[in-house]
Write a protein of this length. Structure first.
Length: 128
C-alpha cells in the first residue's frame, strides 16, 4: 500500500467497537471524507468475526491495542500507520500530512497515539 491512495483499492479499517473514542473517530473520519475519496474504505469493529478473519495471526481476543488498516493485498498497517493513508481523503489531511514530515512531529505523534491507545477506556469510556 505504500504510495497508494485509499480510494484506489478496497481497504478495511478495523477499530475497537467498544471504545467511545474509537467509534467517535470512525464517525468523524466518515464525515470528514471529501466527496467519495474514502468510499472504498470499509469500517468494521475489532469485535467481529470478519476482523478476526482479516487480521489472521495479528488478531488477539480481547481489546485491541491499536487500529488496523487491511489493504486489498492483505497487508496490515497498525496504530498511527493505519491512519496515514487516509489523510489525503480527509478535510485538512494535506496539512496533517505536511506536519508529519517535520522531523520531530512523527515520533511525538507515535508517542501520543500509544499513550492515548493505552488509556483510552480510562479517558473516554466505552460505548457498551
Amino acid at each position: 500500500m505504500p504510495g497508494s491512495q485509499p480510494g484506489e483499492q478496497n481497504c478495511t479499517l478495523i477499530y475497537d467497537g467498544d471504545c467511545r473514542l474509537c467509534v467517535t473517530a470512525k464517525e468523524g473520519i466518515e464525515k470528514a471524507a471529501q466527496g467519495d475519496s474514502l468510499a472504498h474504505i470499509r469500517f468494521i469493529p475489532y469485535q467481529s468475526d470478519e476482523a478476526a478473519r482479516q487480521l489472521g495471526k495479528e488478531y488477539r481476543p480481547g481489546r485491541p491495542d491499536a487500529a488496523f488498516l487491511v489493504g486489498s493485498d492483505g497487508s496490515i498497517r497498525k496504530g498511527l500507520d493505519a491512519f496515514v493513508p487516509l489523510l489525503p481523503g480527509l478535510k485538512g489531511g494535506a496539512l496533517l500530512g505536511r506536519l508529519a514530515r517535520i522531523s520531530w512531529a512523527r515520533p511525538v505523534a507515535y508517542l501520543l497515539y500509544r499513550l492515548i491507545a493505552r488509556y483510552r477506556y480510562h479517558l473516554f469510556g466505552s460505548v457498551r
